[in-house]
Design a protein around this ligand. Sequence first.
Ligand code: PMP
Length: 358
Amino acid sequence: MTKVYNFSAGPAMLPEAVMQQAQQELLDWQGLGVSVMEISHRSAEFKAIAATAEADMRELLGVSDDYAVLFLHGGGQSQFSMVPMNLLGDADEVAYTDFGTWGHLAIAEARRYAKVRVVAELQTEGLIALPPQSQWQAADDCAYLYTVDNETVQGVEIPWQVDSPVPLVSDMSSNLLTRPVDVSRYGLIYACAQKNLGPAGVTIVVVKKSLLERVPISTTPKMFDYRQHVDKQSMLNTSPTFPWYMTGLVLKWMKAEGGVAEFARRNAEKAQALYACIDASEWFVSQVDPACRSRMNAVFHCREPQHEAAFLQFAHNEGLLGLKGHRSVGGLRASIYNAMPMAGVQRLIEVIQAFSPV
Ligand code: PMP
């Protein structure tokens, strides 16, 4: 049987070693005689899993004691509401960049709670590009500045360290732990798990504890209040135990493979090879400025859009899945997160090179 590679944007492929370990211990977690899915989130066994996952996340990402690390429900989009609800404080305005689908949706949600200043937008004339920070509007008088580090749908990733006079909030849902990050530059970082970290169902939030002195707006539901989650070590109610456990396995795997620096090296190599192939191709094209192309989500098109269905079918026959672009932008997208090996990217390159619509 042809080896299948899954380029889905998320839920995305997980490391084979992690899947095998989960399979092995599915019915009997470490001699307990029951599955990890069947035990209480408050049991000593699960608390140990949770504590190890947090410690490994702190180690891999380099998180100091000034920050809390939370494992929450609700996916990335819950953070669209939690961020303004908790961080608006006494201010009435918040600053956002609008570089794609996920920034756009976060802005719409923030507008329910605050005045939103859009400080920069995606450039779509000619090549798709990010405006340099020197061209962004000032955010000095805003409660925070919110950015999306990697726009999963448009395939753009901020290639420089964003500077901010106010607490910097970053949605790293599709690139957390794929390159080193100086956490001390941020007020809050979050990521849903289903791209680089684990299966859907758990969302990681890294938040500076001093920011939690800001009182949440009065209508904030208990489940949306960071302070309450910090107080209860992310166990305010029944936790998403299985995705949390799986994320823990992925973090252990990452450590064994060499940590974030090693994944940054692999990711750069994979992305360079794939974009070089697209750029050299007669049939395919990337419309994203090379300076801000995502290392995670390579968004590209057939020069003749009517060839895309044929390419998707051809790739599918070759065992390459999940290459259809997001429904809102069309085209093609190859998501090459941490778990995608170079061999998968090489296979995709071969298939792109072998494709001919005529
Ligand atoms: N932010 C980014 C950058 C994303 O890619 C996604 C999901 N694709 C989300 C937020 C929303 O995540 P969820 O579906 O878990 O709410």
